[in-house]
Unconditional design. Sequence first.
Length: 210
Amino acid sequence: MVILSASGVGKSYGINTILQDVSFHINEGDRIGIIGDNGAGKSTLLSILTGALSYDTGELFMSSQIDVGYLKQHDNFSSENTVYQEMLSIFSETMAMEESMHNMSTLISRKSEAGEDVEDLLLKYNELMESFERKGGFSYRSEIRGILSSMAFPEEFYDKKISTLSGGERTRLALASLLLKKPGLLLLDEPTNHLDIGTLKWLEQYLKSY
């Protein structure tokens, strides 16, 4: 299934043509690299694909069923959260379900001890738990730790405010955030910047199975 296509896309700034007659299509499951010299227009093209930048000519198609994750070449990840708080916020819906399960479990226990009928509550609890499991509710915290560790963020970083991190660390964290969100289409601009060889090898393997 085609999830993204371009036909004759062009972009100019005044008399300077940045992109001309760009055409391609991306199918679900494709892994594509854009190769070119500095200033060739790679970042411009990615900005156009995300809708952050307009184009002058041609046509773009993006499947409405696909959500897009975009890592900029120089990503200013701005937040006053700590590293771990920011990663947890990705799973806010899952965490809300977790709290609902806890509250419902407490209510079931209280009513059961009082001799009240809890059959309907148990059915609702089981439905909620199944939905929670489908969303990875029993593993999201370990997934966060795994991704952070793989992206060279050991536990001593967890309580650091993002605003205190270096530019390279914020870019790595932005990439970690994208990997946890699992968008249908990942657009990565120079994703290997700020990665050591171990992290780079891990990322290569991760993207092969994405």
